[in-house]
Design a protein around this ligand. Structure first.
Ligand code: RFL
Ligand code: PHB
Length: 389
């Protein structure tokens, strides 16, 4: 079998790239390790930058998002009993963010892919990449006991942090930068109305808390927890009690609780691998970099990679312009590092790292400064809505 592009991973990055390539008449196949049902049910991100929304429309997958996405014109910062709303549009030329779950984004892209008719192989086992440093790369996978080998021009490694693409690159050719945080996030999804109309990031002496939503009847909440904590340690009541202790009373008193639909713990990490190009193999999304979820940047960063990668691939196929592929790596990494900085900064500012009361006071003072200064509010707003592409 031959394809112009083999995409490894049917997460949001792989699916968006596939849809854009279809629209440009570039043939492609997606290989995904998990089943379709598993991928389409995964609950993760919830907040889309304007550029992400624009890209979904450009790809032709924006119809349901336009109907069901909830525009947020501000973001809330809480510390102590303070609750500050930062307007997003005023200093960003009217930009907003949109609450629309990653689960829905993945479904919409999957539906478009089915309409386009390009092949997607789910449950593809033992995907392996060969000869990506030559002009004849191949990708193999196993299914139902037989091995299929695909030769191609380019390989897109969109297979997330634990994927095979980055792991296939010789250690001497790649540099990794990593920070592991000493805590995780315990998340709960519930069919209850959200406590606030816009996301709340809360710093509290007991630890960070976040209030978000999937719709006006479905809430998503998170609290900072110990890295070795277990979901089984948290009854629904214990979760709601702890969440309320970390919010200003004007919010805590308003929370409507209910049974959890899902409860999970995620570790937090900052990670970047450089470069993003290795001959004919190009990394994108979580395969190349990870941000802690504070700031809601992971999915958005995966999409900005795909924006650059799609344009590079188009130039490559139209003009045999090899330098476009190097340019992809350079251009995407510029935005990756700035976004890594924001996610790291907001994580440091809002989480409890130790029980040093001086550090806690410093964080409260910085939050008070940023939310009261025009320059501080503007800096927060322009990063939160997403830096320009
Ligand atoms: P994904 O989504 O991990 O998809 C990679 C796909 O590759 C498959 N795969 C393989 N396929 C074939 N062969 C192999 N060997 C393979 N190995 C892996 C996997 O099964 C999977 O289907 O990466 P992608 O596409 O780069 O997308 C990245 C985003 O999913 C991620 O950055 C976000 O979810 C991060 N994130 C958030 N991002 C936001 O922009 N806004 C948010 O509000 C937000 N909140 C979050 C988040 C991530 C979280 N967790 C659980 C990590 C909240 C949480 C709690
Ligand atoms: C979410 O809605 O899941 C969400 C919102 C904001 C974040 C992270 C996650 O920073």
């Amino acid at each position: 079998m031959r394809q112009q592009v083999v995409i490894i991973g049917a997460g949001p990055a792989g699916l968006l790239l596939g849809c854009l390539l279809d629209n440009a008449g570039i043939d492609n196949i997606i290989l995904e390790r998990q089943t379709k049902d598993y991928v389409l049910a995964r609950i993760r991100a919830g907040i889309l930058e304007q550029t992400t929304v624009d890209m979904l429309h450009y790809a032709g997958a924006g119809a349901r998002l336009a109907q069901e996405g909830i525009a947020h014109h501000g973001v809330n910062i809480a510390f102590g009993q303070e609750l500050e709303n930062i307007a997003l549009g005023a200093s960003t030329g009217g930009k907003v963010v949109t609450a629309y779950g990653q689960t829905e984004v993945t479904k919409d892209l999957y539906d478009l892919r089915m309409k386009n008719g390009s092949p997607t192989i789910y449950s593809a086992e033992n995907v392996s990449i060969s000869d990506f440093d030559t002009s004849n790369p191949t990708v193999s996978y196993e299914q139902d006991g037989s091995t299929v080998t695909i030769s191609c021009d380019l390989i897109a490694g969109c297979d997330g942090y634990h994927g095979v693409s980055r792991a296939s690159i010789p250690k001497s050719a790649i540099t990794a930068f990593e920070k592991i945080y000493p805590f995780g996030w315990l998340g709960v999804l519930s069919d209850t109305p959200p406590v606030a109309n816009e996301v709340v990031y809360a710093n509290a002496p007991r630890g960070f808390a976040l209030c978000s939503m999937r719709s006006m009847t479905r809430s998503r909440y998170y609290i900072q927890c110990d890295l070795d904590d277990k979901v089984e340690n948290w009854s629904d009541d214990a979760f709601w009690d702890e969440l309320k202790r970390r919010l200003p009373s004007q919010l805590a008193d308003e929370i409507i609780t209910g049974p959890s639909l899902e409860k999970s713990i995620a570790p937090l990490r900052s990670f970047v691998a450089e470069p993003l190009r290795f001959g004919r193999l190009l990394l994108a999304g979580d395969a190349a970099h990870v941000v802690p979820p504070t700031g809601a940047k992971g999915l958005n960063l995966a999409f900005s990679d795909i924006h650059y990668l799609y344009h590079a691939m188009k130039s490559y196929f139209a003009d045999h312009d090899d330098s476009a592929l190097d340019h992809y790596s350079y251009q995407a990494l510029q935005r990756v590092w700035k976004t890594e900085r924001f996610s790291w900064y907001l994580t440091n500012l809002t989480h409890r790292f130790n029980d040093d009361p001086f550090e806690q006071r410093m964080k409260e003072a910085e939050l008070a400064y940023i939310t009261s200064s025009e320059a501080g509010r503007q800096t927060l707003a322009e990063n939160y809505v997403g830096l320009p592409l």
